[in-house]
Design a protein around this ligand. Structure first.
Ligand SMILES: [Ca+2]
Ligand SMILES: [Ca+2]
Ligand SMILES: [Ca+2]
Length: 419
């Protein structure tokens, strides 16, 4: 048990944020150990620091780090290593054909890349004219839609006379049916024969579930060759692709707040919150949404079926107007939540603003304040919700007795406009 725990802690402490947390926990632990100790003992405790953490403290650290580690694991950097491979069917029409180490192919060659390391120390593709040296595939399909963003590609690019040449790195994916789709390319001008660490962070895109990732090494200039391998004779040749793999996310933004205002009883479509929806890549669909009421008001201040969602695409941005498009039907506030279901609202990478409006009840309590925000949505992607409440609606209905100039009761429980 102790060994497993030690391994686990080691894994935890490799995370970039672990140092701050460990320092904090160690400080707490030392502080706890100080009670009733002499100065010498305190110094000893301080010097020992983390190494003398009690099992309780280790458990505490583990519990603190676990959720952070899990969330970090959702977006992970992965390194793939070029391998030689032959006779493997990657997709329809895509079969590997790099028959071994140091075979020096002279035509475009298909092979694999793996996360486990190199299986060849040195090999190279020499082309007589500019073209694709090799394509390497990870032969494991993504189980779910994944956003892949390039980090670096390390490879040795050479020309026969070691003059400068241009090398292109392309990330792409291939479907089971053999259709290849590019995620983007980076051109790199290499000055001479050397291992190049090429920044490919401008390449990003979503690979659909069931597709496989590929990297293409391509020469743009004449007389180029690319050399790969784990431990070449004059150093490491590499063929090392680092990418970040993350599930696509959908984000709820806070939106641009409508103005605060007084609202009369029985008035409708009073904008209380703005929010935006967008995806990090690809599309998503909202099928459910929950609005949470806050302020001093209550459900009784909002009319039946009086909570509505609108796409803010009319003539007046950040406020409700008759050109805005209602999403679904109005629902009633129950307690402090209004739950929308059966929605089919599509989301793309283009951020779109929406509004929440309230219809004010005919019996709303004067002076009550009403706010609202989106507290949950149902989508397929991993969700980030940044919506917060915006303006305040204050119920301005008259509740007491209002007399006309002649002393007759003329207004009771209706809205008055103060000018
Ligand atoms: Ca908002
Ligand atoms: Ca509007
Ligand atoms: Ca806000």
């Amino acid at each position: 048990m102790e060994n497993r725990l030690t391994k686990y802690m080691k894994r935890m402490t490799t995370q970039p944020w672990a140092g701050i947390i460990l320092s904090t926990v160690a400080a707490i632990a030392r502080h706890a150990d100080w009670a009733g100790r002499s100065e010498a003992q305190r110094k000893a405790v301080n010097d020992v620091g983390l190494r003398k953490l009690s099992p309780t403290c280790v458990l505490l650290i583990t519990l603190i780090l676990l959720p952070l580690w899990l969330s970090a694991a959702q977006a992970a950097n992965v390194t793939y290593y070029w391998n030689t491979n032959t006779g493997t069917s990657v997709a329809t029409g895509v079969t590997t054909g790099w028959s071994g180490c140091l075979v020096k192919p002279s035509t475009t060659t298909i092979t694999l890349m793996t996360t486990t390391g190199y299986n060849c120390s040195d090999d190279e593709v020499n082309l007589a004219a500019p073209g694709i040296f090799w394509e390497a595939y990870n032969n494991t399909a993504y189980a779910s839609s994944t956003t892949v963003t390039g980090v670096t590609f390390k490879v040795q690019v050479e020309s026969s006379n070691y003059s400068s040449n241009t090398f292109r790195t392309t990330l792409f994916y291939v479907t089971a049916g053999g259709t290849k789709t590019s995620l983007g390319s980076v051109n790199f001008t290499t000055p001479a024969k050397a291992v190049q660490t090429i920044n490919i962070s401008t390449i990003s895109g979503t690979v659909p579930a069931g597709a496989k990732l590929g990297v293409r090494a391509e020469g743009i200039s004449n007389n180029t060759r690319v050399r790969s391998g784990g431990t070449g004779t004059t150093g490491a040749f590499f063929g090392e692709l680092a990418v970040n793999e993350a599930p696509p996310t959908t984000t709820i933004g806070d939106g641009t707040t409508p103005a605060s205002r007084n609202v009369g009883r029985s008035t409708t479509n009073r904008a209380v919150d703005a929010f935006t929806l967008s995806t990090s890549s690809g599309t998503d669909t909202v099928t459910g949404l929950t609005v949470t009421l806050s302020g001093t008001g209550a459900a009784a201040d909002i009319a039946a079926s009086g909570v509505k969602i609108w796409k803010d695409n009319g003539t007046v941005p950040n406020e409700w107007d008759t050109g805005d498009t209602q999403i679904g039907s109005g629902v009633s506030m129950s307690g402090t939540t209004a739950t929308f279901s059966g929605l089919t609202e599509g989301i793309t990478t283009t951020s779109v603003q929406y509004l929440i409006t309230y219809d004010i009840s005919s019996a709303a309590t004067p002076g009550n304040t009403l706010l609202g925000r989106v507290s949950a949505v149902t989508v397929t992607n991993t969700l980030t919700n940044n919506d917060t409440t915006d303006n305040t609606l204050t119920v301005a209905a008259v509740s007491g007795t209002v007399y006309s100039d002649e002393g007759t009761t003329v207004l009771a429980g209706v809205s008055v406009k103060i000018v």
